[in-house]
Design a protein around this ligand. Structure first.
Ligand SMILES: Nc1nc2c(c(=O)[nH]1)N[C@H]1C(S)=C(S)[C@@H](COP(=O)(O)O)O[C@H]1N2
Ligand SMILES: [Mo]
Length: 400
């Protein structure tokens, strides 16, 4: 196989094209320099990596592969990791905007491509910028629950996350010499040897001023939204789409019972929960469930969209229900909601969750019978689980 000659220089385009932003010295601001790009880039890179890893974890928890056993503890685990996912994604918005501002003059580098290698490098940057912008924008739009697109959010956000991460890895590898050279920030009075001549311009902000403004914007966007999961900050978070404590029984609601089309079923006095294990079938009314041993646990609902709220749930342990139908201890449980045609209508739960004493079929919350919008007559609440798997309006449970 012949090697592709990536380093062969390409001919330079005619100098007559070198106008406007393509002129030499078109950008004179001192902050379009590699050191600023590195200083901002390492913050952005850190936010991005935390966001990617917490997002990957969230994906694995929602689509648990058969080879992976997930722990049901710590009970607040998903609340913290998903809170971090959304908070780092939001913090990455000002970081990315500033990073793009710092490096955008390189869009007009001359000559546009020097070699095949150079062209590939520029292409990888284009992929990185496009994928990063897509992830941040689609994530933000999703947390305000606006779906203007025609693609399914979850798989697309997930796969473009991998594209962005791959492009980031290539970018870091290519830029490694620059990154290591400028990693340590020195004061403006002590330029590093080999820093290269500054272009002499003093217009525009200083790097310290830029970093202070950037720090302030990250602080403001974080404070304005993190109250959706850090309850004491809720009042300071005007932009949080959901807030703990706001909603029926002091809990936010994503989909109401009316919206889910379940009102007739859940208000029917003939409502029964059906539990099936092999040929054993048990049906229980809400009163029969209330007559079983009741347990009270304090657990958060932690939504994938970043809001979370703690509540005190009362109900029957799932493992007590499974024992009543003689289910094997290792069994996986399928939980079916009265809601139909919804991605949340059917949920599966493995033994780590079903055997956990904190996992309840909840009948009440915060000292009251469950509100219809919180899943009346009965809903699942389990520790360390994404909100989407806390199935409301449970109609049936099947041992699989
Ligand atoms: N059947 C059903 N269960 C559901 C949902 C739903 O739409 N339908 N929404 C899920 C999501 S995304 C979350 S975050 C929690 C929210 O529970 P809450 O409305 O009681 O706060 O319920 C989950 N259970
Ligand atoms: Mo959710």
């Amino acid at each position: 196989m012949r090697r592709i000659p990536v380093d062969v220089p390409l001919p330079e385009p005619p100098a007559a094209l070198r106008r406007g932003p393509l002129r030499a010295e078109a950008f004179r601001g001192a902050l379009h320099d590699p050191r600023t790009a590195v200083v901002v880039g390492r913050l952005l890179g850190t936010a991005f990596v935390v966001c990617f890893l917490t997002g990957l974890l969230s994906h694995l928890m929602q689509h648990q592969p058969s080879w992976l056993a997930l722990p049901s503890r710590p009970a607040w685990g998903y609340r913290v990791t998903q809170g971090l996912h959304v908070a780092t994604g939001i913090a990455a918005v000002p970081l990315l905007l500033v990073k793009l501002w710092v490096v955008y003059p390189r869009l007009f580098a001359w000559p546009p491509v020097r070699s095949v290698r150079h062209a590939l490098e520029r292409l990888s940057i284009a992929v990185l910028v496009a994928a990063a912008l897509f992830e941040l924008i689609s994530g933000l739009i999703n947390i305000v629950q606006w779906y203007p697109w025609r693609f399914p959010f979850v798989p697309v956000h997930y796969w473009i996350g991998w594209v962005a991460t791959g492009a980031l890895a290539v970018h870091i590898a290519v830029q490694l010499p620059v990154i290591t050279r400028f990693w340590v920030e020195r004061g403006p009075e002590a330029p590093a040897p080999g820093d290269g001549p500054r272009n002499g311009s003093t217009d525009g902000p200083t790097r310290r001023g830029l970093m202070a403004a950037l720090g302030a914007s990250v602080g403001v966007v974080t404070l304005a939204t993190v109250g959706q999961t850090v309850s004491p900050l809720a009042k300071a978070s005007p932009l949080a789409p959901r807030r703990p404590g706001v909603g029926p029984q002091r809990l936010p609601v994503n989909r109401t019972a009316a919206h889910a089309g379940v009102l007739d079923v859940i208000r029917d006095p003939a409502w029964r929960l059906t539990i099936t294990s092999g040929t054993t079938v048990l049906t229980l009314s809400r009163d029969e469930l209330l007559a079983m041993p009741q347990h009270t646990v304090s657990l958060p609902i932690a939504c994938v969209e970043g809001w979370s709220a703690s509540a005190t749930w009362t109900g029957v342990r799932v493992r007590d229900l499974l024992d009543r139908v003689g289910a094997p201890k290792k069994a996986t449980l399928r939980v079916i909601s009265s809601e139909r045609f919804s991605p949340y209508a059917v949920m599966e739960m493995r033994r780590e969750y079903t055997r956990d004493p904190l996992t309840l079929l909840a009948l009440g919350v915060n000292g009251e019978p469950l509100h219809e919008d919180h899943g009346y007559p009965a809903r699942i609440i389990a520790p360390n689980r994404p909100g989407v798997l806390q199935t409301k309006w449970v109609a049936a449970m099947e041992v699989v």
